[in-house]
Design a protein. Sequence first.
Length: 283
Amino acid sequence: MTAYNLKLKRVCDYIQQHLDDSLNLQGLSEVAGLSRFHFHRIFYAHMGMNVMKYTQMLRLRRASFQLVFKQEYKIIDIALDAGFDSPEAFARAFKRSFDQTPRAFRAEPNWQNWHKKFVYFTPESELEMNVNIIERPVEKIAYISHLGSPEKVFESAAKFISWRKKTGLSPVATSATYGIPFSDPEQTPEQAFRFDIAGSITKPIEKNEDGVEMGEIPAGRFAVIRHLGSHDRIRDSVYFLFRNWLPEHQEEAGDFPVFFQYHNFVHEVNEADLVTDIYLLLK
């Protein structure tokens, strides 16, 4: 990792952890350990946007999740939470960034367009991961399969959340929540991509119109690592398992997809505070 990457990662992590604080160039340049005379140029050169725009985009990103997954939140409260003085200012900034008003996004989010707004560079991190081996019993799950563009997974997630709330059969507070990708989205044609959103269940579910089905996670010996922070870089943690850990420990992957257990959710905590366990079945 270059010296600049390390400094930029430090300041990006700090911004993510202090989205509700009043941030300024002087303070952020000190966090980065860079001269205040050059910090903004270095940040822009590496990130493709200035630091205050980057901060606003992170706040609007959080607001996007709150709009869709926290329907009980009033838009004015989301606006204030994002640091805007009024819902009007929030609406202007949101529409300028995502081409939809907050109200339109809440009703019918254009996730594909939304994803395109977050293609800025992210500083790489050094992977220092502890891998544990555990035994898991078979676990019954309810799941909904997302088929198609990875950028529309949130649409299927919203449907599964709605089913959970409506039926109470896999309550978030007492059930495990999983994501099961059947392939790497970057290596798979959109039409062939499948990602299951799942929750543990303790009793069978009936046929339904929501597209939710029953399945199971097999029993076995699993390698598990904990990924902290944004899911945007979770692929790095997955590839660490395959590229580094498996050959170093002379292990082989079993016949089940890598899957994620989400311990908290992006509409409830800052992305920097996300906790996700990654499981890999071993032979």
